[in-house]
Design a protein. Structure first.
Length: 151
């Protein structure tokens, strides 16, 4: 697996790829000085730079998030949330045909291995409040504000 560290406006992001597919984007990681041999990492950094510059609203990258079938179903629903919009855990559960699974959806969001690109930051609590995020609630708020929402 290849990893690159991207210095973003919200702090360092660790991106990892394997076999031409992005497998993780996280807020914590180890220092790396390896040469990038996965072209998808260069493309991911380019697209994230465009996102933070305000010229990109959607990502187009080959993804391979690793998790259970349920988690993958949650992440697929997250990918449907448009830039600048939010959904609640309950709305995601209902869209999956499992209206009583909002807590399980929350755990699926918590296990999202490709933050920002699979936009778990766009999921809020039932009353519209900011809730858990791997990068911290301050970062979640900054991402939502970047997308034009006030929190």
């Amino acid at each position: 697996m290849n990893t690159v560290v991207f210095d973003s406006p919200i702090g360092k992001l660790w991106l990892s790829a394997e076999n031409g597919r992005l497998v993780s984007l996280s807020f914590k990681g180890e220092k790396t000085d390896k040469e990038i041999t996965e072209p998808v990492l260069n493309e991911a950094v380019k697209q994230l730079s465009e996102y933070f510059a305000g010229s990109r609203r959607t990502f187009s990258l080959p993804l391979e998030p690793r998790g259970t079938e349920f988690q993958k179903a949650v992440w697929n629903e997250l990918l449907k949330i448009p830039f600048g919009e939010t959904k609640t855990y309950g709305e995601i559960a209902a869209a999956m045909g499992k209206p009583k699974a909002s807590r399980a959806v929350g755990m699926g969001c918590n296990r999202n291995p490709i933050a920002i690109i699979i936009p778990c930051h766009r999921v809020v609590g039932k009353n519209g409040s900011l809730t858990g995020f791997a990068g911290g609630l301050d970062v979640k708020g900054k991402l939502l504000e970047h997308e034009g929402m006030k929190f």
